[in-house]
Write a protein that binds this ligand. Structure first.
Ligand code: LMR
Length: 323
């Protein structure tokens, strides 16, 4: 297992080492990658991981060498990217990240195990994942995904708060599209488990005005709200969502439940192939499948297309950076 260490990495490492991601019976060897200026801090993280004496943790490799980090990994969690700094355009960040993900694609392709599963967390997550896929053609495209489980969990949590029900009783929200403020959090198929069976979220909330406006913008803007309050982007919730994403991908989704994952579009729901787009998926035996046949009404259609359009624009820009 490998990722680049930072805020999310620091939150993620103990979760993985405790078995949160892969269950209580799966021994773990962590490969931690960071850039050279962070080498000493990275080594301190390794010392802390050793000191925590996690029973499942069988080894920690802390390195600044991407080849060593990728060597033999089964699961790669890509949390590293170039952060936007004051005075920088989104475009400047994208062009830097495109180069980073291109280089890491080659290292993963050459050195990770053949069936390595990849989760891209760093922004722009969908487009970074797409670049990684394009430059690692021998990694099966089904193995390259990006994180929208964070948005999915945020949507579940908003409904849980609104209805004052346990979050574990809410299921089947959907995040469509990009992990950005154009994402579309959709509750049209979401349900709450109650004493008298499963009930529709839309019926229980009984406030379409709230569901079609404030609910959507709260989820879309939650990352920005965290940055504003914390002066840093979300870390513990992102790490927890990364654990949920990989956990369900590897160990399966519960019967009757789907989750949201950014995956390579196969054209489902009219979303053009060639994008990494967030869809509702179920997972079984280590493979995800897009949930088919959900009815999409006009309001949703427009929002799903708008976020697809943003991804197409990001893709064109990413490619223009590579020329
Ligand atoms: C989040 O959703 O919390 C982050 O992706 C926000 C960000 O821009 O880092």
């Amino acid at each position: 297992m490998s990722w680049q260490q930072g805020q999310i990495g620091y939150a993620l490492a103990p979760m993985v080492a405790r078995g949160v991601m892969l269950g209580p019976d799966q021994p773990i060897i962590l490969h931690l990658l960071d850039i050279q200026p962070a080498a000493e801090v990275l080594n301190a993280v390794k010392m802390e991981l050793i000191d925590a004496a996690f029973p499942l943790l069988q080894g920690v490799i802390a390195t600044t060498d991407v080849v060593e980090a990728c060597m033999g990994v089964n699961i790669a969690i890509m949390v590293g990217g170039f952060p936007r700094k004051e005075g920088m355009e989104r475009k400047d960040v994208m062009s830097k990240n495109v180069e980073i993900y291109k280089a890491q694609a080659s290292a993963l392709e050459k050195h990770a195990v053949e069936n390595c599963k990849v989760l891209v967390v760093a922004n722009p997550a969908n487009t970074n994942a797409l670049i990684l896929k394009e430059f690692a053609p021998s990694i099966p495209e089904k193995n390259i995904t990006c994180l929208t489980r964070l948005d999915h969990n945020r949507a579940l949590a908003q409904i849980s708060e609104r209805l004052d029900v346990p979050v574990g009783d809410v299921k089947n929200v959907i995040i469509w599209g990009n992990h950005s403020s154009t994402q579309y959090p959709d509750v049209n198929h979401a349900t709450v488990t109650t004493g008298s069976g499963e009930k529709s979220v839309r019926q229980l909330v009984a406030d379409d005005q709230w569901l079609n406006n404030e609910f959507i913008t709260t989820v879309q803007q939650r990352g920005a709200a965290i940055i504003k309050a914390r002066k840093l982007s979300s870390a513990l919730s992102a790490a927890s969502a990364a654990c949920d994403h990989v956990h369900d991908w590897v160990l399966g989704t519960p019967k009757g439940t789907w989750v949201s994952m950014g995956v390579y579009s196969d054209g489902s729901y009219g979303i053009q192939p060639g994008l990494i787009y967030s869809f509702p998926v179920t997972c079984e035996k280590g493979e995800w499948s897009i949930v088919k046949g959900l009815k999409i009404e006009e309001f949703s259609r427009k929002k799903m297309d708008a976020t697809a359009k943003e991804l197409m624009d990001e893709k064109s820009f990413a490619y223009s950076c590579l020329k």
